[in-house]
Design a protein around this ligand. Structure first.
Ligand code: AHR
Length: 506
């Protein structure tokens, strides 16, 4: 078959921005089997002395997850953090209304901070601004971050955590525009509450970073008015605005599905524009950044979840949101990571939702194995090789139209000047039939050679990884060659590609 031609021009001086490694963050919510049966399963043969699964920790460490958002999600809007601290035998079992489950509180914030330390991750803590407010957020911050000599910091010490957790990043609620959220609010109500909570929290610990809730998704009728109104209250006292977006191929239209990177792109542009509008209105010198703290493919489990919650509510760690990901899901996830890199100047944090079992790159079986879902691979590649400076590639590619999108470039790509002097190119060939010859000119870089070429390709679009078989696994490829300053490579049809260039010895 004839290959399509696509071209990238890279110039050392065409820079988008420094990549904040926190764009490779993740999310652990008290939901389904993410905590219980996911990161924590006492009694499992791999459980450590605290009940955390070592096999899961190894996979998380391999991903080098820089930050993990906790404890929700919709869960946080009804959560009482005090339930999860102190002696386990005194912790209450609660009706957890967001996911119609029983919350035993066997894991709370102290245990989670221990787990995050083991995983090598920072914690991004969310406060409950649904059923609770300023006082409880301040109490939680005092408990976590104040060294000693106050009621709540001494309470933490009495619970066995002498040193403060020093949590830097805090989310002011979750999806507060959503009618499904306990205590959801109008933008005026949320803007005032979030701003006053931010001011009060900063009085306790001025070193923290705060995230104001943006719209729950781009289809909310109040987006981007929500951002404009809430930020007119919170702009001066927060550092980030959140974005959430999930992607579906329920219509089973793969070309349209893979083009959804364009929807993420236009959502980011709309939120950036709204932040900058508020900046202009306020004559502010400060630029607000984005925390894209929930994103992923999510649709496979929807109908099963409705049944679990309706027919068998109030279960312990029920099987919820357990999407089993396909090869084409991994392709889209690769494309979404490319899109985040394309906005590295403004998207400074992002969390794939979630980490284990619940719409997650890692799955576990009770008493059994932990394994990598298909989407694990692009996340791993981006986290390992997508650190440094994002470059602005000039791309020329054949285009196609879909039901929702026009002029979709078959080639979607990002380039990173790595901290060690290397250059990494991430490239998605969205064409399902045709391979693509990529020609990439590197201007002003000096001599480079191909260090490694990795591809995720050749699988059935609907192939999935299970405990027993892993058909969607990356392999080394050998087509990439440098001639002078031009890289040539063949990208298979429907493929995720990573080409790592190393500097020639001087
Ligand atoms: O990640 C699953 C859920 O999706 C989260 O709890 C919520 O914030 C979002 O709607």
């Amino acid at each position: 078959m004839q290959a399509m031609q696509a071209k990238i021009t890279l110039d050392k001086d065409y820079v988008i921005g420094e990549i904040d490694k926190r764009i490779y963050g993740s999310f652990v919510e008290h939901l389904g089997r993410c905590v219980y049966g996911g990161i924590y399963e006492p009694g499992h043969p791999q459980a450590d002395e605290e009940g955390f699964r070592r096999d899961v920790l190894e996979l998380v460490k391999e991903l080098k997850v820089p930050i993990v958002r906790y404890p929700g999600g919709n869960f946080v809007s009804g959560y009482r953090w005090e339930d999860g601290v102190g002696p386990r035998e005194n912790r209450p079992r609660r009706l957890e209304t967001a996911w119609k489950s029983i919350e035993t509180n066997a894991v709370g914030l102290n245990e989670f901070c221990n787990w995050a330390k083991k995983a090598g991750s920072e914690v991004m803590m969310a406060v409950n601004l649904g059923t609770r407010g300023i006082a409880e957020a301040c109490d939680l911050l005092e408990y976590c971050n104040h060294p000693s000599g106050s009621a709540l910091s001494d309470l933490r010490r009495s619970h066995g955590w002498e040193k403060p957790h020093a949590i830097k990043t805090w989310c002011l609620g979750n999806e507060m525009d959503g009618p499904w959220q306990m205590g959801h609010k109008t933008p005026e109500e949320y803007g005032r509450l979030a701003a006053e909570t931010a001011r009060a929290m900063r009085m306790i610990d001025p070193t923290i970073e705060l995230v104001s809730c943006g719209s729950s998704n781009p289809h909310m009728p109040t987006q981007p008015e929500w951002e404009a109104i809430t930020l007119s209250e919170t702009y001066d006292v927060v550092d980030f605005i959140s974005m959430h977006q999930y992607f579906s191929n329920a219509a089973d239209d793969t070309p349209n599905f893979l083009a959804q990177t364009m929807s993420m792109d236009s959502f980011i542009r709309s939120v950036v524009a709204t932040c900058d509008y508020v900046k202009a209105k306020r004559r502010s010198k400060k630029t607000l950044n984005i925390s894209f703290d929930e994103w992923n493919v999510w649709f496979h489990s929807n109908q099963a979840d409705d049944k679990v919650m309706e027919r068998t509510p109030w279960g312990l760690a029920p099987h919820l949101l357990e999407d089993v990901y396909t090869f084409e899901d991994a392709l889209l996830v690769g494309g979404l990571l490319i899109t985040l890199l394309t906005h590295a100047d403004r998207v400074k944090m992002a969390c794939m939702a979630q980490l284990v079992n619940v719409i997650a790159p890692i799955m576990t079986a009770q008493d059994g194995a932990a394994w990598r879902q298909t989407i694990y691979w692009p996340l791993l590649h981006a986290s390992l090789y997508g650190r440094g400076t994002a470059l602005q590639p000039v791309i020329s590619s054949p285009k196609y139209d879909t039901k929702t999108f026009t002029d979709v470039p078959a080639l979607h790509a990002a380039a990173v000047q790595n901290e060690d002097g290397g250059v990494t190119i991430f490239a998605l060939n969205r064409d399902l039939q045709q391979p693509m010859t990529l020609s990439c000119e590197l201007r002003g870089f000096g001599g480079y050679h191909v260090g490694e070429q990795i591809e995720l390709a050749g699988a059935d679009l609907k192939a999935v990884n299970t405990e027993k078989s892993q058909p969607v696994t990356p392999r080394k490829a050998g087509s990439a060659k440098m001639s002078g300053s031009v890289l040539e490579a063949l990208l298979p049809a429907a493929s995720w590609n990573v080409i790592r260039l190393e500097k020639d010895a001087q």
